[in-house]
Design a protein around this ligand. Structure first.
Ligand code: FCB
Length: 436
């Protein structure tokens, strides 16, 4: 099989997030976040797993950066734990927490790896949750202060700063389904939270630019095309509604200064005058996270998606063409800035046998998605880089340690890291790209 060919300066990387890998939750002055509270609440996560230790990355970051360097990768996307840097989410800063991210960034740079930082990957300081969390409009202002401090501190050394990771998840999984922290089940709250997240993004961009932060600024959205299960009008209408709620709800305010209208979308947040002007700041880049498509069926029970290319250990359909469909569709609808694929990957039921992890399904998944991505670039979509999710097996939120997404296997009893077959494959693929 010949490799798809990417532009010479394409950035190849891996991604992680703070709560999923760092551990050290009560060390060096870190304050608690909503994920500490949630994961310690009985019944919320598989096996009651928490991120208390996770991959112990807080202590092993240098070893983990060496792993990335060993794979020959040029980029690393990580997130910053707000409550490690500012324990209550407002007021005093924690010098030891700030120093950790200085060390991480400097270690990456010493190894020739380009740091891409994300400010918020779901771990709101608990102190702010106690005052209403993202339902409280004031949290957007607290986030703006945090963004400016981090931007001024790291902006001369990181190559990108994303405000939020996947606001849909914070809003809907956190406040509607209750699957994620803080665990609310209130649809009206979810749309209000989505609005405050978008507002905080726009205010933070404005403030960071006004403060002279040098790094390119953007946001990371989780996106999927939506396929109607049949040609019936009901399925098509559902598909349109799902796409509006999942994709347009975040893109339209940023690019068109409004929320989308689609039949059947009844919820609307409280929006103040000028909010859309604040939200619609120009982006230096857009991060897209893609895992699978959404399948829209109005049947009861719903028609399942056809699992032609299999399903992952999360039960998500493997559908690489969805990445191409999504990107081409976005380009048609919006005037896009440069794009990074900031997450793409799969959970696999990996087993370490005699020092080796044979994860052939992950290699097939990566190859398929990279082929689709190269076709999107050939179709004119300006994609600058790809970050596999994830470098390491890690704490997969409510699924705990049960789901393994890493290129590198983690034995949680010993913290031993072992490169999976997919890590070797990715290293060789990237090396071949550079060789041509
Ligand atoms: C994304 C999250 C990331 C990880 C992957 C599997 O939605 O951003 O933290 O959980 O899914």
């Amino acid at each position: 099989m010949t490799d798809p060919k990417f532009p010479a300066d394409f950035l190849w990387g891996v991604a992680t997030s703070a709560y999923q890998i760092e551990g050290a939750v009560a060390e060096d002055g870190r304050g608690p976040s909503i994920w500490d509270t949630f994961s310690h609440t009985p019944g919320k996560t598989v096996n009651g797993d928490t991120g208390d230790v996770a991959c112990d990355h807080y202590h092993r970051y240098a070893q983990d950066v060496a792993l990335i360097a060993g794979l020959g990768l040029g980029g690393y996307r990580f997130s910053i734990s707000w409550s490690r840097c500012q324990p209550q989410g407002k007021g005093a800063w924690n010098p030891k927490g700030l120093a950790f991210y200085d060390r991480l960034v400097d270690t990456l740079l010493e190894r020739g790896i380009t740091p891409h930082a994300t400010l918020y990957h779901w771990d709101l300081p608990q102190g702010l949750q106690d005052e209403g969390g993202w339902l409280n409009r004031d949290t957007a202002l607290r986030f703006t202060d945090y963004a400016v401090t981090m931007g001024q501190r790291l902006g001369d050394r990181v190559a990108a700063i994303a405000t939020h990771n996947e606001p849909w998840c914070t809003a809907f999984l956190g406040h509607h389904s209750g699957k994620f922290a803080p665990g609310l089940k209130d649809p009206q709250a979810a749309v209000q939270v989505a609005h405050h997240l978008l507002l905080s993004h726009g205010l933070a961009l404005q403030a960071m630019r006004a403060a002279g932060v040098k790094a390119p600024l953007g946001i990371v959205l989780n996106q999927s095309p939506v396929t109607p299960a049949s040609g019936r009008a009901t399925d098509r209408a559902l598909a349109e509604r799902e796409y509006a709620l999942f994709v347009r709800w975040y893109m339209d305010p940023i690019f068109h200064k409004r929320y989308p209208t689609a039949s059947g979308v009844h919820l609307y947040p409280q929006v103040r005058e000028n909010d859309f002007d604040a939200i619609a700041q120009p982006l230096d880049f857009l991060g897209v996270n893609y895992y699978t498509r959404i399948w829209a069926s109005t049947d009861e029970p719903p028609q399942p998606a056809p699992a032609v290319q299999g399903v992952t250990d999360m039960g998500w359909e493997v559908y690489p063409e969805g990445l191409l469909e999504l990107l081409v569709g976005l380009k048609r609808e919006y005037t896009l800035p440069p794009i990074y694929i900031t997450e793409n990957g799969m959970a696999n039921a990996d087993r370490l046998v005699d020092g080796r992890v044979d994860d052939a399904p992950r290699i097939a998944y990566m190859r398929g998605h990279l082929e689709a991505l190269s076709r999107a670039i050939a179709a004119g979509v300006d994609v600058r880089g790809f970050f596999y999710w994830s470098l390491l097996d890690n704490y997969e939120w409510d699924s705990g340690y049960d789901k393994r997404f890493g290129l590198v296997h983690v034995d949680y009893a010993t913290q031993q890291r072992t490169l999976k077959d997919s890590a070797h494959w990715y290293r060789d693929f990237v090396a071949r790209q550079a060789a041509v």
